[in-house]
Design a protein around this ligand. Structure first.
Ligand code: F58
Length: 834
């Protein structure tokens, strides 16, 4: 065993002195006080909430680290197959609450903090979100890390340690303003590993030289080196000692602080400038959601992160002294979208140029190792890089890409000898001006499995953007893994009262590890007392959100009103414009009523939240319109509580934890066929909210699970979209009459800024209504009427809410991880103790 390598007396000395994690609240308090006094150099007299947060986090960090060390030792010792999840984004949110719950010591900490004079909520609230992601894709990666650890899989995440996460959003005069998110001031959850570094090369040129056997090999030389430094973040599983690792790379100049040669020769300024240039690589997260802009720095980020991660993975593999062909039996690498696709090329390069394998064996190893997950069919989000840029930055990689393409096209030509067009369509190189590298094609060719993220989406990629590849490789290369969410964060942590109620009825917290157990709740749908408690919890969560709305916007909302929520990135395809047009329609309808009629109406609060990409002008106009409508409606005395329109600033993970448990209905209303999956739909339903949605993404599977009576679907189907768009462009395009009235009202200036909003209207009226806002408007409004009617029957509504929750077991990210493990990675969990 590993132990035997240390002489007995030393081993004993280590064991005698071993630290142990706190268990009781007394021990926890001691740890907190010790950290306040030594780590923070403060005392009882200047320990504010921030300091208490810091000390509490350090105490829990110590706890995690002990488990983390043991997990890593165990995984190294067992040396079974590991999973590596490569993602440019990990939208982790806060870590302290999660750590407390996962190690099962939240009550202990609560008691300890109370003794020391603090409320645990206030302490948890001090933490800055780790916001290293844009939206769904980044949050999915975070849920997957939670599930991988909770299910005891040996798995690492690899990402970038951005100095600035997604920007903070401020709303000023109704407009979005971006403020940098500098979050690293104090981050107790990361461990800098200054001894774990990788030199990453850029630019330079390629020379062919003969090796010892006289074979010509490529040597990539010159250019510049940037150093990657590892920062490790422990990822605790729920109710297990397994604590996995998330390794984030930070860039710094080679040659330490700065180039001493230049410094000594008096060129101080340029040596500092070089250092700064190196550091810009990991400086900032690109803030686009479903859009690829093709910036050079972005490509640099991608290669920097991919090269460092692969070096690390290969280094670990080589320690085992196994033969190279065993690599895919030891290593599974999942590509979260095409952003890490250069990893395919980099591994091929390492194997042929550095390790001296022949091409075919290397390529077999590469394709056996990688899996690729696609997250979008939107053409503007499919990654492409100009050949010239790749050539300049990564000359050797471009050669390898050309070789991969050559061999691939040769085999396609053999398979379809009479079809020239297919070669043009599937080529990794797009013969455009300038020529482009199509990253999705490279990812497909270099992986053994490609998956979409919901059934409809996985079908769509097979019949549209990747159709030819299904012909070439057969349908088995393509599969579906419908997304999921971790019930630990999105139920237990976000909605503790609901989680406890469920636990009390099911007899334990086991459902948090096996979410399908929720189905036992269905037996209770007629239990009066249970339904009452269920409704009370929803109400309490709404009161909490109402308080938050008051504090942040100054608007009073009635917690008994129907809370209608749409929170997600602002994008035309997600159709916040449809929602706000619907709100205006409701407002006009209310205005046209007599006071007596109005009295009979159901009060509603329309809540919006989400960031627009800084360069996405139309999305910013949508935010402006929502705010403009809010300032008119919220101050209209005829309307009062009947309608309030709220825009919540700076939507992020920790705000989602307050918002999701407080919704009655949430909106998932993308144009059919555009939203790959959606995951917030799952979060809302799991928290007892119903949803209004289109037949898109995972909404379809949610409907199948919860039943048609427990969801509000509307709108055109994906299969009709193409024809409708065609008709808009080539036929006569009439606007829905109710929508036309909404437009007239906006154009009258009722909400100010006629000029600002004219483009949104023109997009529907004059530019072909690409997102089918008008086509779906009528059915959207009608469905909202059904929502109102259903909500009036509170008894029935609660039955729907419980039934839906009971049927949500399928959407746990644990189920996703089992599907990936089984169908794509071929890995197994590691038993907890040897
Ligand atoms: C999202 N994609 C999908 N991309 O839109 C959503 O339907 C899905 O549920 C989710 O992935 C998880 O599968 C997404 O969030 C991005 O934000 C990319 C960021 C980098 C640039 C390209 C878009």
């Amino acid at each position: 065993s590993v132990e035997a390598s240390i002489p007995e007396p030393q081993r004993e000395a280590w064991k005698r002195s071993q630290t142990s994690a706190f268990k009781s609240s007394d021990e926890f308090e001691k740890e907190v006080v010790r950290h306040v006094e030594t780590s923070l150099a403060r005392s009882m007299f200047n320990c504010d909430e921030k300091a208490a947060y810091s000390a509490t986090s350090l105490a829990f960090r110590d706890h995690l680290i002990l488990d983390w060390n043991k997990t890593q030792q165990r995984q190294t010792y067992r040396d079974s197959k590991r999973v590596y999840y490569l993602s440019l984004e990990f939208l982790m949110g806060r870590a302290l609450d999660n750590a407390m719950l996962n190690v099962g010591l939240k009550d202990t900490a609560k008691a300890g903090l109370a003794d020391l004079g603090f409320r645990i909520e206030d302490i948890i609230g001090q933490e800055h979100d780790a916001a290293l992601g844009n939206g769904g894709l980044g949050r999915l990666a975070a849920c997957f890390l939670d599930s991988l650890a909770s299910l005891d899989f040996p798995a690492w995440g690899y990402g970038l340690r951005y100095r600035y996460g997604i920007f903070k959003q401020e709303i000023i005069d109704g407009y979005q303003v971006e403020v940098p998110d500098y979050w690293l001031d104090f981050n107790p959850w990361e461990f800098p590993r200054h001894d774990v570094t990788v030199d990453v090369q850029f630019f330079g040129s390629v020379k062919k030289v003969p090796n010892e056997q006289g074979k010509s090999v490529a040597v990539w030389e010159g250019g510049e080196i940037v150093v990657a430094v590892a920062y490790d973040v422990p990822i605790p599983g729920y109710d297990t000692p397994t604590t996995n690792n998330l390794r984030l790379w930070s860039s710094k100049a080679s040659g330490g602080e700065f180039d001493f040669q230049k410094f000594n020769s008096g060129d101080y300024e340029s040596s500092v400038a070089e250092q700064q240039r190196a550091e810009t690589i990991s400086n900032v997260l690109y803030p686009n959601d479903n859009l690829e802009r093709g910036k050079e720095l972005r490509l640099k980020q991608q290669y920097f992160w991919v090269a460092a991660s692969l070096y690390d993975i290969v280094r670990r593999f080589k320690k085992s002294k196994r033969a190279w062909r065993e690599f895919p039996e030891q290593v599974a690498i999942q590509l979260n979208d095409t952003h890490p696709t250069l990893a395919i090329v980099e591994l091929q390069r390492i194997l042929i140029d550095i390790e001296g394998l022949d091409w075919d064996l290397a390529w077999e190893i590469v394709t056996g190792t990688f899996g690729y997950t696609n997250h979008t069919v939107l053409p503007e989000a499919l990654e492409k890089w100009p050949v010239g840029l790749v050539q300049h930055l990564l000359p050797r990689h471009l050669q390898i890409i050309y070789d991969i393409n050559l061999f691939f096209l040769q085999s396609v030509e053999k398979q379809f000898p009479d079809d020239r067009d297919i070669l043009t369509r599937v080529s990794i190189i797009e013969e455009s001006q300038p020529k482009m590298v199509r990253m999705a094609h490279l990812a497909i060719v270099g992986s053994h499995k490609v998956n979409g993220v919901a059934e409809l989406h996985s079908d769509l990629i097979k019949t549209t953007i990747f159709k030819d590849f299904v012909e070439i490789y057969g349908p088995d290369r393509f599969t579906n893994v419908t997304n999921g969410i971790t019930p630990r964060r999105w139920l237990h942590q976000a909605n503790p009262r609901l989680s406890e109620l469920i636990a009390s009825k099911l007899g334990s917290h086991e459902f948090l590890k096996d979410l399908s157990q929720l189905n036992k709740l269905e037996l209770l749908v007629q239990d009066k007392e249970f339904k009452k408690e269920w409704a009370e919890i929803k109400f309490a969560n709404k009161v909490r959100l109402a308080k938050y709305i008051k504090e942040t916007t100054g608007v009073n909302v009635n917690p008994s009103a129907l809370f209608d929520v749409q929170v997600k990135r602002i994008h035309e395809y997600k159709r916040q414009q449809l929602n706000i047009f619907g709100v205006i329609h409701r407002y006009l309808t209310l205005k046209a009523m007599t006071p007596a009629e109005r009295k009979k109406q159901l009060p509603r609060v329309s809540i919006f939240g989400g960031k627009a990409a800084p360069g996405y002008w139309m999305a910013k106009q949508i935010i402006h319109l929502i705010n403009a409508v809010g300032s008119v409606v919220n101050n209209d005395e005829d309307i009062g509580d009947l309608l309030k329109v709220i825009f919540l600033e700076d939507y992020n993970v920790s705000k989602a934890e307050i918002i999701c448990p407080a919704s009655d209905i949430s909106e998932h209303i993308s144009t059919a066929g555009t939203e790959a999956s959606g995951t917030s739909n799952m979060k809302f339903v799991l928290n007892g909210g119903l949803i209004i949605g289109t037949c898109d993404g995972a909404n379809i599977e949610i409907t199948r699970e919860v039943g048609e009576n427990n969801i509000f679907l509307f709108g055109n189907l994906a299969e009709d979209v193409e024809d409708l768009r065609h008709a808009h462009t080539y036929g006569s395009h009439t606007i829905d009459p109710d929508l036309a009235k909404v437009f007239e009202e906006i154009q009258k200036g009722t909400f100010g800024s006629v000029h600002d909003f004219s483009a949104m209207i023109a997009a529907v009226k004059d530019h072909g209504d690409y997102y089918l806002v008008s086509d779906d408007f009528h059915s959207y409004i009608e469905t909202h009427t059904l929502v109102d009617e259903a909500y009036r029957n509170q008894e029935e509504w609660v039955v729907k809410s419980i039934t839906a929750v009971a049927r949500m077991g399928f959407f746990s990210s644990d189920r996703c991880i089992y599907e990936y493990a089984d169908g794509i990675w071929n890995v197994e969990p590691l038993p907890r103790r040897d």
